[in-house]
Ligand binder design. Structure first.
Ligand code: ATP
Ligand code: MG
Length: 410
């Protein structure tokens, strides 16, 4: 099998430079130019559309300059490598572009061999990095079983962090296991997972429902959007009124088909009990009940636990305290004793990081992988993957101390 060519996107506002690059690379058998852009804004769009391996990026351009475009692209598409093209004397710009995430730079005017060798070198290093990341043993967790695990995020109070935690958890699980993960947005009226991942889907679950009779694995796959992290997303309807078109039968068929191709199905839900949510609860292996330390949330979480209990689903529940670091006069222990349920994870408050990651459309576990909040999400991912932290485990003091120590859930 012949090796795939290195796909290059060129970004420069001067048409002559773009033509020169094209001429330089036209006889290189292992490199192909798949697109051209005149400014950084276009580059951001085409990076998403064309998924190049390498972007050759000019610095000074109208609309959005090369440095800002580099930052946005490298945050959203860690697999795309940017090479900055600059002229002599742009030292300060060069420094900024490397900080923005560029992998290499090349000074104009450059020769054919300089350009093609730089592209090859960067591509090779990136391939190595990807292989290495896949193999790093300490990052990897082996799932317990080979069947599909269905994990749903619940709360009966809005705005507690289901979608934020769900998006980042899905990316972490995919990274830790290398398994197939799909994130289903069943907040059918106001689902915002697409925004969290900065995707602009043409289709949503509404179109899937329209084709429910013919639906099979390959047709459903066409409606899923793949994020760079490897996570696939089934977006919520584009408009709230389309939510009504979806029935329990639709959802059950969709989940049944997803089970054939995916190891983890993670479901985001709206903050109330309705027929669809109750059926998701039935299907789920793990229910992540998200709560924060505010009285109304605690009251509603307590009521939810009673509902879970009456439906015999209580044992599936993992309690997660979000925004746990806020000083609200209520402690985690108060929540646990009101619910008579131990929490498995604390997610701290980080307003600046969470808001900027939502606004940029990049999950923070990708853009700020070393932050405290990302660290706690990785730990939660590990708990979910290994299905640890049942109440029996947590009740046993020994285990509780063990989990607190390892997972910093105190
Ligand atoms: N740990 C956190 N630190 C700081 N801000 C957070 C944190 N978790 C969530 N947020 C913010 O709180 C708001 C609500 O979060 P999110 O949309 O994830 O909640 P939700 O439970 O999915 O809401 P809804 O019920 O409306 O779907 C968002 O603005 C989000 O950025
Ligand atoms: Mg939500």
């Amino acid at each position: 099998m012949s090796k795939a060519k290195i796909k290059v996107l060129t970004v420069d506002d001067v048409a002559e430079t773009r033509d020169n690059i094209k001429r330089c690379l036209q006889y290189e058998e292992d490199i192909i130019i798949i697109g051209e852009c005149e400014n950084g804004k276009e580059a951001i769009r085409k990076a998403q559309e064309l998924a190049p391996d390498i972007i050759l990026m000019d610095i000074n351009m109208p609309v959005i300059d090369g440095i800002e475009a580099t930052e946005t692209i490298t945050l959203n598409h860690p697999n795309i490598a940017v090479i900055i093209m600059s002229v002599q004397g742009e030292q300060e710009y060069l420094k900024n572009s490397m900080t923005a995430g560029a992998k290499e730079y090349i000074i104009k005017p450059f020769s054919i061999s300089e350009l093609s060798n730089t592209i090859r070198k960067v591509h090779k290093v990136e391939e190595k990095r990807r292989k290495f990341n896949k193999q790093t043993p300490e990052n990897k967790v082996t799932p317990l079983k080979n069947k599909t695990e269905i994990i749903s995020l619940f709360s009966t109070k809005g705005g507690v962090g289901k979608t934020t935690i769900g998006a980042n958890l899905a990316v972490s699980i995919a990274g830790k296991t290398n398994r197939d993960v799909v994130l289903v947005d069943l907040d059918l009226q106001f689902g915002d997972l697409s925004i969290m991942f900065n995707i602009n889907p043409r289709n949503s679950i509404t179109e899937v429902a329209h084709n429910i009779e013919e639906l099979d694995e390959s047709l459903l796959e066409k409606y899923l959007v793949k994020h760079d992290s490897g996570v696939k997303i089934l977006p919520a309807p584009n408009r709230p009124e389309y939510a009504e078109l979806l029935t329990i039968d639709h959802i059950e068929k969709i989940i049944d088909i997803l089970k054939k191709n995916y190891d983890y199905i993670i479901i985001d839900t709206p903050p109330f009990f309705n027929d669809i949510n109750l059926s998701i609860l039935d299907m789920s292996d793990q229910v992540l009940l998200i709560a924060n330390l505010e009285l109304p949330t605690i009251k509603n979480a307590r009521l939810s636990m009673e509902v879970f209990d009456s439906l015999h689903h209580k044992e599936k529940v993992k309690l997660i305290v979000n925004r746990s670091s806020e000083e609200l006069g209520i402690q985690k222990i108060d929540l646990e004793s009101t619910l008579e349920w131990f929490a498995v994870s604390n997610i701290p408050t980080d307003n600046r990081l969470v808001v900027s990651s939502v606004n940029k459309g990049t999950p923070f576990v990708v853009s700020h992988s070393t932050s405290k909040i990302s660290h706690n999400i990785y730990n939660l991912a590990e708990i979910v993957i290994k299905n640890w932290g049942t109440q029996k485990d947590l009740k046993s003091n020994k285990k509780k101390n063990f989990i607190s120590k390892i997972f910093n859930t105190k």
